[in-house]
Design a binder for this molecule. Sequence first.
Ligand code: SF4
Length: 341
Amino acid sequence: MPPLDGPAPASASPWPAEDWRRELARAVTDLEELLSLVALSADRVDAIRETDFALRAPRPYIARMRLGDPDDPLLRQVLPSAQESASVGGYGMDPLRESSAVVDAGLLRKYQGRVLLIAAGACAVNCRYCFRRHFPYTEHRQDSNFPALEAIRGDSTIREVILSGGDPLMLKDSHFAALVRRIGEIDHVRRVRIHTRLPVVIPQRVTAALIDVLASLRQQVVIVLHFNHGNELDRDCIRALAALGRFTLLNQSVLLRGVNDDADALVELSERLFAAGILPYYLHMPDAVAGTAHFDVSEAEAKALHRRMAARLPGYLMPRLVRETPGKPAKEMLDSLSNFI
Ligand code: SF4
C-alpha cells in the first residue's frame, strides 16, 4: 500500500460548500469510462453493462484505484460483475427480513432502544455487495417534514436514532440540518448515530456547515464510517476525518472475497483507521443478498482470518466479527476475543 507521509492534516473542513455536489454530479456511471480511467480493457474484467443496480463510482474514489489492475480491491467493490446474475440458493432480496422491522414509512426497529431512519434513498457509490441493493426506497421516501420523526417523538423508549439509507449525508446541508435539529428537540433521544460512506468516497462532503450542525446538537453524535480496505484512506479522507474528530468515529467493514479476505489487508486497515482517529468496530459477514454470492467468505475462513489479525493487533484495534441474523435481539458475535488467549 502507498505510504501516507507529509504534513499533519488540518482539523477544519478545507473544502468549499459545493465541491461535494459537483463530485456527486460527476460520478462515473458508464462502464467504458470507468475502465478507461483505470487503464483496463473490457477483456480483462468480467464486467456487465446491463444491471438493475447501476454502476456508480465517484471520481475521488476511482483516483485511489491502481491502474491496470483488474483485481484492485476498490475497483472490485464498484464494478458490476457477470457473477451478479447467477442465481444462488439461500440468497434473496431481503435476507435480513428488514420488511418485518418496518414500524412506519422510513422507520425500522430491529433492536431495543434504537430506531433506524431511512433518511435518503440513494448513495454516492453503488457498492456491489450492498445488503440494501433491493430495498424498496420509494416506499420509505421522506418529505422535508420527515413524518417518521413523529413516531420517534411518541416513543420515550427510543434512546438512539440511527440515520441510514441510502446514505443520510446525501441530503443537502440545509435539509440535513433541519432533520438533525428536529431530532435534537426530542428530549428522550440521547444519541444520534450516522451511518455513512460519503466521507470515504467523496471526502469533500465534510463541509464546515455539516460540522457546525452536528456540533450544535444537544445529543452525542456517533459517526459510523464504512471503509473496507486500507487503500481507501487517502490524504483527503484523512483530512475529512480530522475535521470530524470531535465526534465519536467508528468503522464497520464487510468481509468480502477478493477485496479484504486477507489478514495483511485487514491488519493494515485497522492500523490506518486508528491513525486517522477511527476505532475499528465491526467486521461484518456478508449478508446473503441476491447478486452478491461471489463475495462470500465462509464462517470458518472468517474466524481463521480474525484470529490471524488478533495475533498481530492490540485488542482495541480488533473489530468484532459479527453476523446479523433476522429476529435476534443483537448482532451475533462469531469469534469471542477470549478465544484468542
Ligand atoms: S454506501 Fe452503504 S447503503 Fe450505499 S450502496 Fe454502499 S453499502 Fe449500500
